[in-house]
Design a protein. Structure first.
Length: 236
């Protein structure tokens, strides 16, 4: 293992690996937020009284959780551009080449996966809220919006945090898959560095340390968030 290869600036690849880690974090964070939005919407559909909405949400979660994430990436990468070109030509008459930016493609791919898993976490959290609290809020005259804001959201957040923490860790790891479409994150940068220097062990160990560092820091953050969310709650 040659640590001199990890120097800063023109002397090594250290700054490139750090930039790759920052790109990994950016993709993971944006994908995670997108997944939370998708998951909240799909969970609401699964809890809906409308059979069609429940069916659509079931189809989404079944498909996304049932196929490899790499296949989702390829489908979005190759199909997204084709869909954009079809819409641009049919609606605006624009026939030139058009494609999704790589960052947006990666965010959508990982976000779709995060959304499928977040759906079940959020749905389970909603079902875990004691019905008596909702009925008590209704009895004292709280409207739907007020009940949602003061009763449902805080409780759902508390129940969902552990599961959403696991979804974040999964999302963080899945960002390594988008290296196949050319986005320069940790794994892509490690592969480029290993190929250029013929020192794969150095770069993949560095990628290991960076991923482990990001996962450890974020895990501590979620543990603190869980502690804050459970303040005042009896544990026995």
């Amino acid at each position: 293992m040659d640590l001199t290869l990890l120097g800063w600036g023109d002397r090594g690849w250290g700054d490139e690996m750090v930039f790759g880690a920052m790109m990994t974090l950016a993709v993971a964070a944006s994908s995670y937020l997108l997944g939370i939005v998708i998951g909240a919407g799909a969970a609401a559909m699964k809890l809906s009284h409308w059979l069609v909405l429940r069916w659509l949400a079931d189809v989404y979660t079944t498909i996304i959780r049932g196929i490899p994430e790499l296949l989702v990436i390829y489908l979005v990468f190759f199909g997204g551009g084709a869909l954009l070109r079809t819409i641009a030509k049919g609606v605006f008459g624009y026939g030139e080449f058009i494609d999704l930016p790589i960052f947006i493609t990666g965010m959508i791919c990982i976000g779709l996966s995060a959304g499928a898993y977040s759906t079940e976490v959020i749905r389970g959290a909603v079902l875990a809220v004691p019905r008596g609290q909702i009925e008590a809020a209704r009895a004292v005259g709280m409207g739907k919006v007020l009940r949602f804001r003061r009763i449902l959201v805080p409780q759902v957040a508390r129940y969902a945090l552990p599961g959403l923490g696991n979804v974040w860790q999964l999302t963080l790891k899945e960002t390594s898959l988008i290296s196949v479409i050319g986005l320069v994150e940790v794994m892509r940068q490690a592969t480029v560095g290993a190929g250029s220097t013929k020192e794969p062990f150095t770069f993949y160990i560095t990628a290991f340390v960076l991923y482990l560092g990001l996962a450890s820091i974020s895990n501590r953050g979620f543990l603190r968030a869980e502690t804050w969310a459970n303040r005042g709650v009896r544990t026995s």
